[in-house]
Design a protein around this ligand. Structure first.
Ligand code: ADP
Length: 173
């Protein structure tokens, strides 16, 4: 599995799946969630509504998959990150679950390239350094990583980009 970091708008990424930092309603929101729904069009929201009617949304740490509508990616994997409220091993574990469960869904759907945003580091205020450490560790240790060709960490701000670059350089050298 190749690990990459880029600074970009995730809605422009051509991957088998892009991951959305959604909220448990699956009805869209601000940040990356808003951008994905806005640019992907109503097909994504419609697919989320079908999932809501079956399972009533998505719990923190879990993930669901939908069409990517008008986006260049093939699918959107929606996962719900934890809201930061101070140090907590439970919250760390929930953030790790987001990455693990998203990759599990990718494998189940035979998807080989997955792009992640920096889940929980926006409106949910998770500390960026800690979130990056959890993201990279969890993806690197994913049990079925042989089935994933490439994971792209798509950073939107310089701070996250620098954190990921440093951490990935340390792994690769
Ligand atoms: P959360 O509620 O999980 O914190 P946010 O969407 O507020 O979700 O933020 C998650 C991360 O996504 C933040 O680092 C934010 O800068 C980033 N982000 C916002 N818009 C985009 C975008 N279009 N592409 C990639 N990342 C984005």
């Amino acid at each position: 599995m190749i690990l990459e970091v880029i600074k970009a708008d995730i809605t422009k990424i051509e991957a088998d799946a892009i991951v959305n930092a959604a909220n448990s309603s699956l009805l869209g929101g601000g940040g990356v969630d808003g951008a994905i729904h806005r640019k992907g069009g109503k097909a994504i929201l419609e697919a989320c509504m079908v999932i809501r009617s079956k399972q009533g949304g998505c719990k923190t740490g879990e993930a669901v998959i939908t069409t990517a509508g008008n986006l260049p990616a093939k699918f959107v994997i929606h996962t719900v990150g934890p809201v930061w409220s101070g140090e907590s091993v439970e919250k760390d574990a929930l953030l790790a679950n987001c990455y693990r469960n998203s990759l599990k869904l990718a494998v189940e759907n035979n998807l080989e390239t997955v792009a992640f945003p920096n889940i929980s580091t926006g409106i949910y205020h998770f500390p960026k350094d800690k979130a990056a450490e959890i993201a990279i560790t969890t993806v690197s240790n994913f049990a079925e990583k042989g089935k994933i060709e490439k994971v792209i960490f798509v950073c939107f701000d310089d701070e996250n980009y620098q954190l990921y670059e440093e951490k990935l350089n340390r792994i690769n050298h």
